[in-house]
Design a protein. Structure first.
Length: 256
């Protein structure tokens, strides 16, 4: 196919290659992102063996590496506390709009799945995580995930990123997008540049913008979609609190 017709997630070949050159420094190892010296050493060591990790990861894959425009089935993984899931909701619409031919499944915990209920930008909610990390799932569920044969996994964590990388690789997912500033770049096929530090919600926005070729210019306000039952329950709770009429109400969430 001629270069004039080839696109990478809606981005021309020429522009994509230019973007890759510009972002190379941003996807490189970033020592300042580490909190502990031990993790810094491990991350640096993982980059030394990156040339060995790439063919190993490729051997696990159930297909070739492809551009985003060819993805049809994607899996979103990351930490699964309620707050972590909320951080990702502002960018789901842009992800869906930027890659309209791809159906997205979101792997999370049962406790956080309600945040995604009714979200029109994802196809499926998989409430299978048992712990904080994406790889905390039962063996039977992992087999189900592998059988789904996803084209791509979005490894969205920027803190403890390695559970995402290892899970996506072990599932045989051929395209794996993630932030490689903390190492293990040998497990990632689509490295995403990072602007560190940024608001947590901003990291996923950066990933979506990179993969879709769109400027990261949308708001970072969380999005939830309530049905009539949810709205009625919320109104009931609000009314029962007997707030003073005409005065503003401030909700303080001290923990997620």
């Amino acid at each position: 196919m001629g270069s004039s017709l080839w696109s990478f997630g809606g981005v021309s070949r020429k522009r994509y290659r230019l973007n890759q050159v510009k972002s190379r420094a941003a996807t490189s190892f970033l020592p300042s992102a580490f909190r502990h010296k031990r993790n810094l050493v491990l991350g640096a060591a993982s980059e030394l063996v990156a040339p060995l990790l790439r063919p190993i990861a490729s051997a696990f894959a159930n297909g070739p590496v492809t551009p985003p425009s060819q993805w049809r089935k994607g899996l979103i993984v990351g930490h699964n506390h309620v707050g972590d899931v909320l951080y990702r909701t502002p960018s789901l619409q842009a992800l869906r709009a930027g890659l309209p031919d791809c159906d997205w499944s979101f792997l999370t915990s049962a406790a956080s799945a309600g945040v995604l209920k009714g979200n029109p930008h994802i196809t499926e909610i998989l409430p299978w995580n048992r712990g904080d990390n994406s790889w905390d799932i039962d063996a039977s569920r992992k087999k189900e995930l592998a059988a789904m044969r996803f084209d791509v996994a979005l490894c969205t964590n920027t803190l403890r990123h390695y559970p995402d990388f290892v899970l996506a690789t072990s599932l045989g997912i051929p395209n794996r997008a993630g932030f490689t500033h903390k190492g293990l770049s040998g497990l990632i096929t689509h490295p995403v540049p990072i602007d560190f530090p940024s608001p947590y919600a901003g990291y996923f926005r950066t990933m979506v913008a990179e993969l879709t070729g769109r400027d990261p210019d949308w708001a970072l306000a969380p999005e939830i979609f309530l049905d009539q039952i949810d709205s009625a329950e919320a109104e009931k709770v609000f009314t029962s609190a007997r707030f003073t009429q005409g005065k503003p109400v401030v909700a303080c969430c001290l923990t997620t």
